[in-house]
Design a protein around this ligand. Sequence first.
Ligand code: C5P
Length: 231
Amino acid sequence: MTETRLERIAVALDTDDRDTYSDWCRLFGPRVGVLKVGPRVVLRWGRDAVREAAATGADVFLDMKFHDIPSTVAGAVGAAKELDVTYLTVHAGGGRRMLEAAAEEAGDEVRVLGITVLTHLGADDLRDLDLPGEAGDRVLSWARSAKAAGCAGVVCSPLELATLRARLGPELLLVSPGIRFDSVAVADDQRRVASPSAALRAGADLLVIGRPLTQAPDPEAALAALAEACE
Ligand code: C5P
């Protein structure tokens, strides 16, 4: 049993089953710094589910990845503020004015994170989208744009962490999904991945981990292994 709260871990609570959601809140909420809720949860069970996560004492990360015109995104950020979430996401590719509107509406109450290139996308996907260059180059330019617009941080894959930390300084929050453990195999759509310790060494402030914890045969053991990796 892990006693200390793993402050730099955000558990992604991606499930379609209400009881499982509550079980995960009870299991992970007291053990990690952050619980992440996304569209699967919010569209089914709404604000009550977000409040349930917050009641565990963990910070809440509302991962709805807003991408719309600036006034609509600002309105959504305003609604999120009423839920007392600590982090929320917007797509950095939404452009400077959209990012500025989100950051301005968030003020000091919520940390806006700009999503850069999603971790399931590889070079072939980017070519398919007619986006030239390597994923890393696009991540850097979108992260720069998010920082300049006043976002608190960005979401990137573990492979871009070291470059972003070196190029964009110590203040910008770097949040990384795409975390995988050798010990837990998951059926997977993620492609740009690394281990927890590698991602922390490369400069991550927060690791987003879903299936390697939630689908682990023994989540307690997975948390204990993670605690060692985070030391
Ligand atoms: O199960 P897994 O560890 O892949 O979960 C990763 C979580 O992080 C999912 O909830 C996914 O929506 C989210 N995420 C991501 N890549 C991003 C941003 C968020 O995988 N760039």
